[in-house]
Design a protein around this ligand. Structure first.
Ligand SMILES: Nc1ncnc2c1ncn2[C@@H]1O[C@H](COP(=O)(O)OP(=O)(O)O[C@H]2O[C@H](CO)[C@@H](O)[C@H](O)[C@H]2O)[C@@H](O)[C@H]1O
Ligand SMILES: OC[C@H]1O[C@H](O[C@H]2[C@H](O)[C@@H](O)[C@@H](O[C@H]3[C@H](O)[C@@H](O)[C@@H](O)O[C@@H]3CO)O[C@@H]2CO)[C@H](O)[C@@H](O)[C@@H]1O
Length: 640
């Protein structure tokens, strides 16, 4: 494999031919008083320019601002508006987009530095010390489109950050596949569309928008997002044009803050782009190769969030010209498969790797747990990117995911037949009985009900469950699995159900309500993941008084403390984290758990209550993200 060093960045073009930046057009600045509902946004936009940007890159407006003291919200600058409201289309022929077409007329842009006495004091109102404009870019976000944990995180972390005072936009595709269409019903056409020159043509995308829970949800619309199947593939496997689909997403996401007037304001050039997984990984490459050399986005930064290194967006090297990137930037995406992975003797293994591009060019890198941030730097966990990630250790951090406790709350959950809380667990036993009824299993309180929920993927260790089932089915237990994915495992779940009708249920499919009922109704949740960057199901389980039995890896090891009856009061643990990952060890952990369930009721209740009392909200994680953003803005942005 080629050494995928950060040195690839040296291949950046020179900025010698940077075109003149168009001056802000005062005629487009609205002199009218903004609607009251806009006041908070304006305030956030103003404050967001006051972060500790690196001196040489400060915009003229920022140079007029008072000196910045971290954590201190200085008053807004008294200068005339200088933030350009222009997209790439305004910046000259060197930049590649063909221009912005606006359907609506008479739009006004209220620029961020306009004064208004009604502006509220963000410091008093919001927990964040410094508020920013944050742009999430993702392949999925619940409730619009979700295939797994990425969707959960991108559907909830942005809301948590907005609640802390940030101005937050999420940019994702507008998937229309029949089943998800209704989720976009409240998103309206913005009147903006752009043409993206890539893949040998000019591809028009349009933007839809919904403002919900204080977040601007922006949906990129293109015919390639309208097709039956799941988000990334169908029964025949992954879609062959995924590279094209997510290239469009990344270009569109770079334009959105410059051209979309959301609630009357553009986001502008001083943003933190939070790019999630490979689908969004071209964003930092585009910022560095196609914007910053021309004076755009020099005040922005990017944070790559790695939810799962298993998917990197790797395609043959000859697709590079399709991406519309300057030829000199090939090195940033360059990827060479090791010899053993090549198909034949003449195969040179040359490829382009989207995720690698972001690892090279992002200003900060976050993995979704601390454990995983170490694992990705090892040969065992780094999926080929370990050396490169090690070379970026100084900007690599781990932050354990939070959960959306509005959605996952046993006291209010709309999917549950009964509700319960840490103070009154009686509803949980009723949820178990209802689940047993729903599944057609014998309704018995005394039998431990074990659950599994997840994508049927190599990552999740389904093969271990498969190997353990004959042993497990000899015991007095019940087992329910909910999952979809690998057709081999789907077939196995169906046949296991017919072999063990009294004990095993295999629900093949994707159903959010069923996943909630399993989480509440089971006694134990099993997660024998081979690797797990964070894992959300064990957090949901603990929140619902269901005891996690997990392989001690990544985020599972960080979040599940093995039961120790002799531990200090309150620190006796929340579940079982077993290691190494073998069938025997997994069976040992399950047997220990089931015998504790049967024979040590007070200990079991203690386990339930400790898990339910943990703070799994996003608050702590959101604060840690803010710290990462601040560090990113202290540093220079990635340039050639
Ligand atoms: N058949 C089904 N029906 C209904 N719901 C289903 C389902 N299959 C899965 N889900 C849901 O999908 C989510 C799975 O989240 P996880 O974090 O456990 O794993 P995932 O590997 O998808 O996420 C990746 O990203 C997340 C987020 O960062 C990391 O936590 C994780 O380690 C990483 O692998 C849960 O909400 C679960 O209930
Ligand atoms: O939220 C769940 C996960 O969603 C993402 O993973 C998807 C991945 O990004 C897609 O590319 C696709 O993966 C396919 C892969 O590209 C292909 O080579 C082949 O191996 O089949 C895969 C399955 O179709 O689907 C993944 C979801 O199944 C996200 O990147 C992960 O972090 C999330 O865990």
């Amino acid at each position: 494999m080629a050494t995928p060093g950060v040195g690839a960045a040296c291949l950046a073009p020179s900025a010698a031919a940077a075109p003149r930046r168009r001056a802000a057009d005062p005629a487009r600045a609205c002199s009218a008083r903004p609607r009251l509902s806009l006041v908070r946004r304006r305030c956030v936009a103003e404050l967001s320019r006051e972060g500790p940007a690196s001196p040489p890159l400060r915009s003229p407006a920022q140079q007029l601002a008072p000196p910045v003291v971290p954590g201190f919200l200085a008053p807004a600058p008294q200068a005339p508006p200088t933030l350009p409201d222009a997209g790439v289309g305004d910046l000259g022929p060197e930049l590649m987009l063909e221009g912005i077409v606006e359907d609506s007329v008479d739009r006004t842009v209220i620029v961020a530095s306009e004064q208004d006495s009604e502006i509220i004091d963000a410091k008093e109102q919001f927990p964040a010390k410094v508020t920013r404009s944050i742009v999430f870019v993702t392949g999925e976000a619940a409730p619009y489109a979700k295939s797994g944990g990425l969707g959960d995180v991108c559907g909830s972390l942005p809301i948590a950050l907005a609640a802390r005072g940030h101005r937050v936009m999420v940019v994702m595709p507008r998937y229309l596949n029949g089943s998800s269409d209704k989720n976009y019903a409240k998103a309206f056409y913005t009147g903006k569309h752009i043409k993206i020159p890539c893949f040998g043509g000019s591809h028009e995308v349009t933007f839809f928008h919904e403002y919900r829970d204080s977040v601007d949800w922006v949906f990129v619309d293109h015919p390639s997002y309208h097709r039956p199947g799941s988000l990334y593939g169908d029964n025949f496997g992954a879609f062959g044009d995924n590279q094209f689909r997510y290239t469009l997403l990344c270009y569109a996401a770079c334009e959105a803050p410059l051209i979309l007037e959301l609630g009357g304001y553009i986001y502008g050039q001083n943003c933190m782009f939070v790019v999630n997984d490979w689908h969004a990984s071209l964003v930092p490459v585009l910022l560095a190769s196609k914007y910053r050399p021309y004076g755009v986005y020099r005040d922005s930064r990017s944070t790559l969030v790695i939810h799962n290194l298993a998917h990197q967006g790797v395609e043959p090297a000859n697709t590079y010209p399709d991406l519309g990137l300057p030829p000199e930037w090939y090195g940033a995406l360059e990827w060479v498969f090791p010899e053993w992975a090549r198909r034949h003797a003449l195969d040179k293994g040359e490829a382009v790797n989207f995720l690698k591009g972001a690892v090279v060019t992002a200003d900060r890198i976050v993995t979704v747990s601390q454990g995983y941030s170490w694992e990705v730097t090892t040969a065992e966990g780094g999926q080929g990117l370990n050396e490169l990630l090690s070379s970026r250790k100084s900007v690599l951090n781990g932050i354990v995911n939070g959960i959306d406790i509005n959605d996952w709350n046993p006291t209010t959950d709309k999917c549950l037949p009964y509700h319960y809380s840490v103070d009154d667990l009686s509803g949980k036993a009723k949820c178990k009985a209802e689940l047993q009824k729903e599944l057609g299993l014998p309704v018995r309180e005394d039998v431990p009900l074990i659950g599994f929920i997840g994508r049927l993927d190599y990552q999740k260790g389904i093969d271990l469950i498969k190997m353990a089932i004959p042993d497990l089915m000899r015991e007095d237990i019940q087992f329910v699995m909910l999952g979809s994915g690998d057709p081999i495992f789907e077939g196995w779940m169906r046949s296991t159900e017919s072999s063990y009708k009294e004990k095993f249920r295999g629900w093949v499919g994707f159903s959010v309500p069923v996943s909630h009922r399993i989480t509440a109704g089971c006694d134990i949740l099993l997660m024998p993941s081979r690797f797990e960057p964070c894992g959300l199901n064990q957090l949901y389980a603990m929140q619902y008084g269901t005891i996690p039995v997990v392989h001690a890896t990544g985020g599972l090891r960080d979040t599940v403390e093995t039961f120790n009856p002799f531990g200090k009061k309150g620190e006796e643990g929340t579940g079982w984290a077993f290691s190494p990952l073998t069938v025997d060890k997994m069976l040992w952990a399950l047997r220990t758990a089931t015998s504790t369930y049967r024979e040590h009721k007070p200990s079991w209740e203690g386990l339930m209550k400790r898990g339910m009392s943990k703070d799994h909200t996003w608050d702590h994680a959101a604060e840690q993200y803010e710290q990462i953003f601040e560090w990113a803005f202290v540093d220079q942005p990635y340039v050639m």
